[in-house]
Write a protein that binds this ligand. Structure first.
Ligand SMILES: O=P(O)(O)OC[C@H]1O[C@H](OP(=O)(O)OP(=O)(O)O)[C@H](O)[C@@H]1O
Ligand code: HPA
Ligand SMILES: [Mg+2]
Length: 162
């Protein structure tokens, strides 16, 4: 954790990356509904729904309980709705912001085994669990998403080092 690098994303960068993902998903085609994985997946899901002209957007609500030093159990607070599970699974697109260890993706795969799983960002450990992503990020890098951050003063690098 000590040497963890940081990737801080602006709204513009996130929007451009999400649009690039939407372009790939448009090439595949055939999706009629989205399952957004809360909460991070809500942000790219809105952009992708807009780009692909999809109006059926469901949520799968997942919470992970953070211990002091590491992440704890994952809990499903709301499973996919019947309107979603009634569809042919090849038409269902699961969207999350990121796959990291793959724990969340594995849980989603168990719930919707045949659905297409896409994330905007992917770290190597979780990468085999997704069908599509746009940007690979190193495992030792922590991504700061724009909805979790704000503008703040940054000390000059030389001063921060002293
Ligand atoms: O591959 P993993 O190791 O499971 O990590 C990826 C998950 O972690 C984050 O969600 P988080 O549980 O932090 O909650 P949030 O979406 O509500 O921010 C992110 O949005 C992914 O869903
Ligand atoms: O790199 C990350 N950034 C934000 N949330 C996360 N949840 C797992 N990995 C990450
Ligand atoms: Mg999440």
């Amino acid at each position: 954790m000590e040497n963890r690098k940081i990737l801080a994303l602006s709204w513009d960068a996130f929007h451009a990356d999400t649009r690039a993902l939407a372009g790939r998903l448009a090439n595949r085609g055939g999706f009629s509904a989205i399952a957004a994985v809360t909460r991070g997946g809500l942000f790219p899901a809105g952009v992708i729904a807009r780009e692909l002209g999809i109006r059926v957007v469901d949520t799968v609500c997942v919470a992970s309980y953070h211990e002091e030093t590491e992440r704890g159990e994952l809990a499903v607070l709301k499973p996919p709705s019947p309107e979603l599970t009634a569809r042919p699974s090849s038409e269902v697109l699961i969207i999350d912001d990121l796959v990291d260890t793959g724990a969340t993706a594995k849980l989603l795969r168990e719930m919707l085994p045949q659905a297409y799983f896409a994330t905007v960002y992917a770290k190597p450990q979780g990468l085999p669990l997704v069908d599509a992503f746009v940007r690979e990020v190193a495992q030792d890098t922590w991504i700061y998403f724009p909805w979790d951050t704000g503008l703040s003063f940054q000390a000059p690098i030389a001063k921060a080092k002293s």
